[in-house]
Write a new protein. Structure first.
Length: 252
């Protein structure tokens, strides 16, 4: 089911969706619906152009990233059982250093998790499985945390979950219902992650990191030129909005 959800989510991303529009336009042309075909064909590049435009990317992403403030103050929060770092991407390669094997997102999440763990104490829980039959992301996180000086006895791995919902259930099984945790993930992903963790009966405290929309300066002329980096930001936001829609459909 997790793989199916991922497949559907990727198919309705802006680029695949634009390709589907092109295919639909060709079908409409063959059916001699010429005006509909022309309009559909025009919609494909227009969609990509808008998604790759900084104002649109910022409008989509910033509401997600600004939902929860970052934990920048040095404060120990009583009753917190663990700092939980949610999974991202990991590309095992013994010829590379561990931080070259972790994706940029994974590295930023882990660094924030280690920072909060040193401040808070308790357990550092690293999470994430693997869809490709390789070492899970949790194993990569473990190596990275050890390299950053975290004692192995203070680290727990959850290496089977393939999505955020499974991670929430796994943390609940590990710590028990009602456990209070510092939840570390990307700022854009945090609203959906908080929803999943609350649904299973945990008490998450948001610790967002890897903010992307703050780098967009709409007052600068360069940010009004479409770019692939803005398209990636729009895709990130698009993916999260679809994920939150799926939560609402599952739990009306």
């Amino acid at each position: 089911m997790a793989t199916l959800k991922l497949l559907i989510a990727n198919l309705v991303m802006p680029l695949p969706l634009a390709l589907l529009l092109v295919m639909l336009a060709l079908l409409l042309w063959l059916l001699r619906w010429r005006r509909a075909a022309q309009a559909t064909l025009l919609a494909a590049p227009l969609l990509i152009l808008l998604m790759a435009w900084a104002p649109i990317a910022w409008l989509l992403l910033s509401p997600l990233e600004q939902r929860y403030p970052a934990l920048v103050e040095q404060e120990v929060r009583p009753g917190v059982s663990a700092v939980v770092v949610l999974g991202s991407a990991y590309y095992p390669d013994p010829k590379q250093g561990i931080f070259s094997q972790l994706s940029e997102t994974a590295t930023v999440r882990l660094a924030e998790g280690v920072r909060l763990h040193r401040q808070q104490g308790g357990w550092l829980i690293v999470s994430g499985g693997s869809r490709r039959g390789e070492a899970p992301i949790a194993a990569g996180y473990l190596q990275g945390a050890l390299a950053l000086g975290v004692a192995e006895r203070r680290i727990m791995q959850i290496d089977s979950p393939l999505d955020t919902a499974q991670e929430a259930y796994a943390v609940k099984e590990l710590l028990g219902e009602g456990a209070k945790v510092l939840l570390v993930t990307s700022a854009s992903h945090m609203p959906r992650a908080m929803a999943h963790f609350k649904q299973v009966g945990l008490q998450p405290i948001a610790a967002p990191t890897h903010h992307l929309s703050q780098a967009v300066e709409l007052s600068h002329w360069q940010h009004w030129i479409p770019a692939a980096s803005y398209l990636r930001m729009s895709e990130r936001a698009w993916y999260e909005y679809m994920g939150m829609l799926a939560i609402r459909l599952d739990h009306p």
